[in-house]
Design a protein around this ligand. Structure first.
Ligand code: IMP
Length: 198
């Protein structure tokens, strides 16, 4: 594993000192995104097009890579983004969601794939699925790169899952702590000393 960390975290980068350990490497993400794209392409079968819905900002990296991978195996895709804010405290969510940016178009009768960075409690996703169904989509499936099975509070159908990870707060590949670390190409756990730096 030590060798793996060395590859994942180049020595001397600004973040090397902040990351305790890497949970999913850049290479593992690349392979998994490709595999998920194949699964989704096979799962949706013959449809004219797919509407990918990503939630800003966490899903941005996964959305970009997943859409390109799907381009190799699946039907044409269109991209939509939503921004929501959950009335949570610190690193946990409450499930009460406010829309900051809504969909730009009608999704009636569209086959929607929600592209999620991480399913933690599942509360945000559960709300989002109800919202998309209320907008009369023909079908709504979910692809999530990461899931914390031990943290799930509501039963939410995630058809395609990349990695099940421990219930720890992770950063990288779109996920942030205080808006930082989204640009890391891997997913890792922060050192406890980073919290509270403000
Ligand atoms: P949930 O509603 O608890 O499933 O989590 C919703 C959102 O919280 C996710 O889409 C992420 O944006 C954020 N989140 C949950 N767990 C983590 C984490 O470990 N690191 C960074 N963001 C997280």
């Amino acid at each position: 594993m030590a060798a793996l960390y060395a590859v994942a975290m180049a020595e001397g980068t600004w973040h090397a000192a902040d990351i305790d350990r890497v949970i999913v490497t850049e290479e593992q993400i690349r392979d998994k995104v490709d595999e998920l794209a194949k699964q989704v392409a096979a799962g949706v079968g013959q449809v004219d097009s797919l509407l990918l819905v990503g939630v800003l900002k966490g899903a941005v990296m996964f959305m970009a890579d997943f859409a390109r991978a799907l381009g190799r195996y699946g039907p044409p895709v269109e991209l939509e983004f939503m921004a929501v804010s959950s009335y949570g405290q610190g690193t946990s969510t409450s499930g009460v969601v406010r829309i900051l940016k809504d969909l730009d178009r009608d999704i009636t009768d569209r086959h929607v794939i929600v592209v999620e960075d991480i399913v933690d409690s599942g509360l945000t996703l559960s709300w989002l699925l109800k919202y998309l169904e209320s907008r009369d989509a023909a079908a709504v499936d979910v692809v999530a790169l990461l899931r914390k099975p031990a943290a799930i509070k509501v039963d939410v159908p995630v058809k395609y899952v990349g990695f099940d990870i421990p219930s720890e707060f992770v950063v990288g590949y779109g996920l942030d702590y205080a808006e930082r670390y989204r640009d890391l190409p891997f997913v890792g756990v922060l050192k406890p000393s980073v919290y509270g730096r403000g």
